[in-house]
Design a binder for this molecule. Structure first.
Ligand code: LLP
Length: 418
């Protein structure tokens, strides 16, 4: 459920007509509904009320400061994967005691930054990383709280590019090896083992992979506790999917119920790292049709947003529903909706039945709140687009449109070329 709705054939976001924002802000732009964000967060968070838990919003899904701040105000922590994400989250006012840090390639400077900030825990992804964290902590005369990210080898039944919990994926430490790895960690003086972590993939639309992963993690926790380790946290990662098209993912309550039912006998604080399920359907990308053209094979609708603004269709062949901001009495046609980038892979929709769009029409690319702006780039030297947040009848620019000057910030021409 979200707050992007048609009123008399015109798309509104909460109490504001989308076309009015387009008039004032120009296109393209990302548009988020705060009511939707808040609702999604609250539904997810309260679904786990029966367990002690922290919802650590996955910053990579949507990293805008205002959005982070909104979740932090609701009590969220964050899941980060870089020093940059930690910086953002701290700037947004996160409680460092609710920050978990995953990622296979943490640099030493990033590890030191996280140690200085006193984050809740590192989710360690390899033996070498464990050593490096231990030595960074030693140099700083601190103890690093850690859990190992174990790879439970379950098939998340999702797109291969976004599945992470299989042996062939680069993430985590094989569950069979993890007990030995924990025993090695016990010997390291500057790490404190506090938890067990996994993340099996993204856009998962079934509950069973989560249930399987949890079963494996539980077994491991029992073994570790038998070894005398105090495992306080069980981090189940993120991954719950959303409906872009026809998918029917479990409701967060259904997902939570399966986890709660399986968790009565483990006394742990649960950490959940949702990203997409909270923000995905709380945002749209608004773009304007620049041209339409037709060749002997196809109809093309050329819009002013391209793969640099929203790369998911090009990268994963992802489906995003495209709808006109103002519905007109027109027929439909089959078309490719493409951007201005000089690549054939620059499309938002392929072979799609859509209303017959015309030059000047506004379109909304739906379900663009997650991995959309955060994956955008300046390719083709296109300034990144603004992000706009609606609350009730007002809208706020939470990231301004980049200028040409922004494009060359930090670049310099050395003297030898002058
Ligand atoms: N925790 C960890 C350690 C992760 O790697 C991820 C996502 C999450 C949590 C959040 O997962 P979510 O709840 O959003 O599924 N760019 C791709 C998705 C990549 C996901 C990467 N990891 C896409 O656009 O579909």
């Amino acid at each position: 459920m979200n707050y992007f709705e048609y009123r008399e054939n015109e798309l509104w976001c909460e109490e504001v007509p989308v076309a009015e924002i387009a008039e004032q802000v120009g296109t393209p732009f990302y548009l988020y509904s705060i009511r939707t964000l808040k609702r999604h967060f609250d539904v997810f968070d309260s679904a786990f009320n029966a367990l002690p838990h922290i919802v650590c919003f996955s910053v990579k899904a949507n990293s805008n400061l205002a959005i982070l701040k909104m979740f932090i105000n609701e009590g969220a922590g964050v899941d980060i994967v870089s020093g940059g994400e930690l910086y953002r989250a701290l700037r947004a006012g996160v409680d460092p005691g609710k920050v978990v840090y995953s990622g296979v390639g943490k640099r030493e400077d990033e590890i030191r930054f996280a140690l200085e900030s006193d984050i809740l825990m590192f989710n360690v992804e390899s033996s070498q990383e464990l050593e490096v964290i231990n030595s960074c902590a030693e140099a700083m005369k601190k103890k690093a709280r850690i859990s190992l990210r174990v790879n439970p080898d379950v098939d998340p039944l999702t797109h291969p590019h976004i599945s992470t919990g299989l042996k062939k994926n680069k993430f985590g430490i094989d569950i069979e090896r993890s007990l030995d790895e924990y025993r090695r960690a016990v010997k390291l003086k500057y790490v404190d083992i506090v938890g067990v972590d996994c993340h099996i993939g993204s856009q998962i639309t079934e509950v069973s992979p989560f249930a399987d992963a949890l079963d494996r993690l539980k077994e491991l926790i029992f073994l570790l506790r038998r070894d005398g380790l105090e495992i306080q946290y069980l981090d189940l990662g993120g991954g719950l999917g959303i409906s872009y098209d026809q998918e029917t993912p479990p409701h967060p309550e259904e997902y939570a119920k399966v986890i709660i039912d399986k968790s009565r006998d483990i006394d742990c604080i649960f950490i959940l790292e949702p990203g997409r399920v909270i923000v995905g359907n709380a945002g749209v990308l608004v773009s304007r049709v620049l041209y339409t053209k037709h060749n002997s094979e196809r109809n093309f609708v050329i819009v002013d947003a391209g793969m640099n603004d929203l790369i998911r269709p090009s990268l994963y062949d992802a489906y995003h529903h495209i709808q006109p901001v103002i519905k007109e009495e027109r027929g439909e046609f089959v078309a490719d909706v493409v951007g201005p980038i000089c690549e054939s892979g620059d499309y938002l929709a392929k072979d799609r039945v859509i209303p017959e769009l015309k030059r000047g029409d506004l379109v909304a690319v739906m379900s663009s709140g997650a991995y959309s702006f955060s994956m955008s780039s300046n390719y083709n030297s296109r300034p990144r687009v603004p992000e706009v947040l609606v609350k009730d009848g007002q809208f706020y620019i939470i990231k301004r449109r980049e200028t040409y000057e922004d494009l060359i910030r930090g670049e310099s021409v050395p003297n030898i070329l002058l």
